[in-house]
Design a protein around this ligand. Sequence first.
Ligand code: OKP
Ligand code: ZN
Length: 341
Amino acid sequence: MHIFYSEDHKLRDAKTELFGGELVAPFEAPFRAEWILAAVKEAGFRDVVAPDHHGLDVALKLHSPDYLDFLETAWSRWVADGYRGEAIATCFPARRMRQHPPRDIDGALGYYSFAAETAITEGTYAAARAAMDCALSAADHIHAGNRAAFALCRPPGHHAAIDLYGGYSFINNAACAAQRLRDQGAAKVAVLDVDFHHGNGTQDIFYERNDVYFASLHGDPVDAFPYFLGFADEEGAGEGLGTTKNYPLPRRTGYDVWSAAMADALARIAAFGAEAMVVSLGVDTFERDPISFFRLTSDDYIRMGAALKRTGLPVVVCMEGGYGVPEIGLNVANVLKGLSG
Ligand code: OKP
Ligand code: ZN
């Protein structure tokens, strides 16, 4: 299996995350990709390749042009205004307020985000583009006839909505992979999101479409970020009614309950008639993840990969979350092991 990896992920190296009322060192940091890369190589996945450079044509089918322009220019606008820290949103267009992009960068940050933990920094946009390139190249690799590919995306993408960043996400890598598979001829594609957090961005992007099925297993939003989306009664809208499926799960969920939900999701994806699948892989479902509350063990990730393989679908795996502990590498390698059989 090919691993698509770009050194440019290191350009995303924020010094701050707003957490518990403090500016702390971000959970989503360069060591994550380094640990995961080392572990997958150690597990025998040695075909590590740099992605091809892609334009924004695929992303422009998912994100708004003004949002992508904002991402590209936000840091230089912030610096030009004389701010000294990293760019953190502080004011949002909340209930009963007007939805209009301000001219001022401080206001624009709030307009284009849904959460304040994620700072925009100098290399953030370049790294996000490289992560998108990994996802697109992995999709191209499937189109070329391969059964599976791993995009080691960093920063992650599944919280990035049509015109909102947050939750460490800027460009929705998994959605780009799904769109690429569609553009290359797959009539129907599924995105299965197994990150601990609900993939609000991916859901938003495909909510009214009937060509992409979105299923997500995650911590119940009454207890877990992103708090305001991911409930069981969100099922899609318009032409997309019935093509979104959420599995909000309680604290301490282990693989027995988790895997039953995944089996249900995979059955629905098969019934939908998906010809290819994108997996938003977060390993923050791990029992010792520092910011999450599920109880998966390292061996469970082998079973997860094997279940993905049994679908018989070609699979693009996009890296999302998984933090703090050295096991993130092993857990990702175990998914790939199960998937490649
Ligand atoms: C990104 B990905 C909890 C704060 C949560 C943001 C988490 C972003 C997760 N008290 N902060 O889905 O792994
Ligand atoms: Zn997550």
